[in-house]
Design a protein around this ligand. Structure first.
Ligand SMILES: [Fe+2]
Length: 287
């Protein structure tokens, strides 16, 4: 997965007497910083900002109590993973998936996983690894890396396998159509098995269509933010289609009706992207 530079830093987020962190701007305008820290309400609002909480949760603020601006600048500059843009508007998948759900899902949930993943790997060798390599050895790392690394990867895939122009069945010319026919007997059989996996995943998790090392398709589901790339997955393979069955993915529109949401998901599946992922995972397949 391509890495991109982290967003520009808003230094005001990290201002704190306790940690002695100061931006160049705060040195220029020290009175502003003093006012903020003397007003408990403003201080409390600043602490609620996601970036601040992310650094606190990671222990970064504790471990770097005397951190100077350069230290914090390097931390932000070296953030390994960036929240990918949504490839369409929030409302683009309506009426199947509503705009508000998409906005919260991408802007809060996926952003949260991304920030917390960066915080969890800060200063470690994992900063230089791809997300796929991290997940392939995830059993060696912390729960924070497992949960947030999975959350980062899973949602990055999820946005791309949906499209306002999606839905229906893949065209007969697509390799994925032939592979589905070969491994499930028919598209209807595949749809039934995939929908059952999504509906029966207890609690929060994902249902996946994957390809294995022998170019065979299979369906599986994983709990929480796990996925089949992880070394600790029950069934390992390369995911080429995934549906998020956490309640945050559907509750506003569908409440407890997960099967209705999964049925609606079939109206937005981006089969061009799924077949591309299938071809990438199996170069030379079906030639
Ligand atoms: Fe999600």
């Amino acid at each position: 997965m391509t890495r991109q530079p982290a967003e520009r830093v808003n230094w005001s987020l990290f201002s704190s007497k306790k940690t002695s962190i100061r931006s160049p701007e705060q040195n220029t305008f020290p009175n502003v910083s003093k006012i903020i820290h003397k007003l408990p309400i403003l201080r409390s609002l600043f602490k609620k900002l996601p970036q601040f909480r992310c650094l606190q949760a990671s222990g970064f603020m504790k471990k770097n109590a005397n951190c100077q601006p350069d230290c914090l600048k390097n931390f932000i500059k070296n953030m390994a993973f960036k929240l990918p843009d949504l490839p369409y508007a929030f409302a683009a998948l309506e009426p199947h998936i509503d705009a508000r759900t998409m906005e919260i899902h991408h802007g809060k949930h996926h952003a949260g996983y991304t920030n917390k993943l960066n915080a969890a790997i800060a200063g470690t060798e994992l900063e230089d690894q791809s997300i796929e390599d991290i997940l392939a050895n995830v059993s060696k790392y912390s729960t924070a890396v497992r949960n947030n690394g999975g959350g980062f990867y899973n949602h990055s895939l999820f946005w791309t396998v949906m499209s306002p122009d999606g839905g229906g069945e893949p065209s007969a010319q697509m390799n994925i159509s032939k592979a589905i026919e070969r491994d499930f007997g028919s598209f209807e059989n595949f749809k039934k098995e995939f929908s059952t996996a999504a509906a029966t995943r207890f609690g929060s998790g994902w249902a996946w269509l994957c390809t294995d090392s022998k170019d065979k398709l299979f369906i599986t589901s994983t709990p929480n933010q796990d996925n089949p790339l992880m070394d600790l997955a029950e069934k390992k393979g390369t995911p080429i289609l995934g549906v998020d069955v956490w309640e945050h993915a559907y509750y506003l529109n569908y409440q407890n009706r997960r099967p209705d949401y999964v049925s609606a998901f079939f109206n937005v599946i981006n089969w061009k992207e799924v077949t591309k992922r299938y071809n990438d995972a199996n170069p030379g397949a079906m030639q």
